[in-house]
Structures are given as C-alpha cells and as structure tokens.
Design a protein around this ligand. Structure first.
Ligand SMILES: [Zn+2]
Length: 276
C-alpha cells in the first residue's frame, strides 16, 4: 500500500483478519475513543483491531521531562507511545499517516482522504470508529469528515458495516438515550488503565486524560438510567454515522444538527410540560 506522506509508517504486529478499525486524529485518540473495539479483538484469533493515526502530534503541548523537546522529538515520542499501546492492546497493526495537524484541516487536501480510503478498501473492517462530528477540536472534526468522505469514495462492497462517531473533546451524554450507541467497556480495567497511561508525554504536566476518560466511562454507566441499578460499570457513547455512508446524499452538517435539534426539543418539552 502506498501512503501519501514519505514519512508514513505501517506498524504491523500480526495478520489476523481485520474486523475493527479506529481512525483518530492524534496518537492516544484511538485508546480514548475506541477501547470497545480494542477489547473486542483482545486475545481473539479471528478478530483484529487496526488503528489509524492521521496527524504526527508534533505540535502538542509539552511539560515536565518533555519540556525541552523539539517538535521533531515530540513526533518521535508520540509515535513510540502509540506503538507501546499497540503492543499492550494486541492490535493487528497501526497506520501512521503522519500529517501535520494544519494540513488536514483543509478539505482541499485529498491526501488524508485518499490514504484512509486505500486502508479501508484493502483491510475491509466491519466496524469503524472515528471522532463524532459534534466534537469541539478542529482536528478531530477534520478527521471525521475525511473519514466519511473517504468511505463515500468507495464502492458499497468496500464500505464498513457500521461507522461510529465517538466521544473525545466533548462527550455525547446530551444525545437522546434511544439514539446513543452504547459501547460496553466492562472487563480488563487493568488493560484500559495501561493503554491510557502509556501516553505519558500528554499526561505529564497535569492533563490527566487517563483519569478523566475512565471517569467519563464510569459516569456514563451510572447516569444512563435513573431508575435502575447500573447494568455496566463503564460505558462510552457513540453517534451512529452509518446512515451517512448508506446514503451519500445525506448532508453531514444537517445530519449532525438533527441530534442537537432533538435534544433541544426534549428540553423544551420537559420545561413546557411543567409550565402548562
Ligand atoms: Zn485528539
């Protein structure tokens, strides 16, 4: 497979059949948004998890022992951390597309889209996780958009069966309960902690993404239903993006705003029913 960036890398650990794939903007996004897929494939001979990391992470904030690192050194350490996670989580492979963050925010740059399309066409994952389009991080949104457009460039038989937009820089608690895709993360808590903790260059200096993300999963599990005891201990939510790849004419913005509109209607109806 030919990837666009000369510095791109395919890190292969085994050759299990690919069933689950996550496409994340930065090294560490995959672990925080697609743990469900990692756990589904862990210790399974017939299921393989593939991570795709779109940016090189060179512009990330740095502190502690990393404070004096150059952008190039940050790029190297973040790639190493992602490889450590792949070993711990028993991924089948990781694709480092290696774009500078600024390069992927332009819809006119077809490199990321072409790379993602080639990877999906060759590996044919059944379930694909990416960022949700209502995320607040521009690089996450760009990654989700490139992913949807890449899938739309493929024939129907090469497309995944399901595409999920996952929680990252904004959670999905506000979505209507019956529209939430519930991703049960119970079991292997030690593995989840190890995967999240490996990204030391992001956590050092006080951003406890590891604790915050695990805390979010626990909060989701507890706050999902008010009148029942918890069915799960850890859960992440996803927005179903599958309709966007079943119908190419569906407008991505309008589709996303539809979830927000139904949230608005729900709040309005709760308040007006009290007042009337
Ligand atoms: Zn990210």
């Amino acid at each position: 497979m030919k990837l666009t960036q000369p510095s791109a890398e395919i890190y292969e650990l085994d050759n299990r059949p690919v069933t689950h794939m996550a496409i994340g903007a930065h090294p560490d996004d995959i672990e925080f948004m697609a743990l469900h897929g990692i756990l589904e494939c862990f210790q399974q001979a017939d299921k393989g998890f593939v991570g795709v990391v779109v940016t090189n992470g060179s512009g990330s904030a740095r502190d502690g022992v990393y404070r004096t690192y150059t952008d190039e050194e940050m790029r190297t350490i973040r790639r190493q951390e992602q490889k450590k996670a792949a070993i711990i989580g028993e991924y089948r492979s990781v694709y480092f597309l290696d774009y500078p963050s600024s390069d992927i925010k332009s819809p006119a740059n077809f490199g990321p889209r072409n790379d993602i399309a080639s990877i999906i066409a060759e590996l044919k994952p059944t379930i694909l996780y990416t960022h949700n389009p209502a995320d607040k991080h521009a690089t996450h949104i760009a990654t989700a958009m490139h992913t949807i457009l890449a899938i739309r460039s493929l024939p129907a038989e090469s497309r995944p069966f399901k595409v999920y937009g996952c929680e990252g820089w904004r959670n999905l608690d506000w979505m209507q309960d019956d529209e939430k895709i519930l991703l049960n993360l119970d079991g292997h808590e030690n593995l989840a902690a190890a995967l999240a903790g490996v990204f030391d260059s992001q956590i050092a200096g006080g951003k406890r993404y590891d604790l915050a993300t695990i805390g979010r999963w626990m909060a989701n599990a507890t706050y999902f239903q008010s009148h029942q005891t918890d069915q799960t201990e850890r859960m992440s939510y996803a927005m179903d993006l599958t309709p966007l790849i079943l119908d190419d004419s569906l407008d991505i913005t309008q589709y996303t705003l539809g979830f927000i509109k139904r949230f608005e209607e729900n709040v309005r109806s709760s308040l007006t029913s009290f007042q009337s």
